[in-house]
Design a protein around this ligand. Structure first.
Ligand code: AR6
Length: 169
């Protein structure tokens, strides 16, 4: 099942939450900053040893002080107008996040709208990519939750979900 909620992602008690990180994996603004603050300084210390993450890739860490057991960090593309492979890189983020989640036997997974804040990816186009990746892997999970900060972002996802209902497999 795929559903949309409006919440602070750091509050959710699930198997894994996804972080929209940067290539350093050492924290930043937006959802990344909130996750690092809530998880505590052990997250940054752990990530120093990971040595970063390229755009379009993902890395698994414990949730430390978060109610979530795991964090899957992924680095979305910065939007440069759409001609620098942004769509392919965003697809790759979702593919890698789901690959790690399935490998880790994650059953409840929460994702923010990767790249659509500070990185400037157009929200409708990003939601289409996110939903099609989710619908392709839905059967491996009990629940995939899209967590948005604003009501406007939740409405974008809800509209697209209503337009393209998931198949029943
Ligand atoms: N819970 C849920 N969603 C949130 C939260 C939260 N606590 N905080 C923000 N959002 P962004 P990006 C939403 O900017 O565009 C960081 O500095 C937000 O409203 O967090 O991938 C990193 O270190 C938006 O819809 O991520 C990178 O440098 C969505 O999360 C850069 O920002 C993503 O916005 C990554 O930029």
């Amino acid at each position: 099942m795929i559903r949309v909620i409006q919440s602070d992602i750091t509050l959710l008690q699930v198997d894994a939450i996804v972080n929209a990180a940067n290539e350093s994996l050492l924290g930043g603004g937006g959802v990344d900053g909130a996750i690092h603050r809530a998880a505590g300084p052990e997250l940054r210390e752990y990530n120093i040893r990971l040595g970063g993450c390229k755009t379009g890739e993902a890395r698994l860490t414990p949730g430390f002080k978060l109610p979530a057991r795991w964090i899957i960090h992924t680095v979305g593309p910065v939007w440069h107008g759409g001609k620098r492979g942004e769509a392919g890189l965003l697809k790759s983020c979702y593919r890698e996040v789901f690959r790690i989640a399935i490998e880790q036997n994650v059953k409840t997974l929460v994702l923010p709208a990767i790249s659509t804040g500070i990185y400037g990816y157009p929200k409708e186009a990003a939601a289409k990519i996110a939903l099609s990746a989710m619908q392709a892997t839905e059967k491996y999970f009990i629940e995939i939750i899209i967590c948005t900060f604003s009501a406007e972002d939740a409405a974008i996802y809800n509209r697209q979900l209503a337009k393209a209902p998931a198949s029943d497999n």
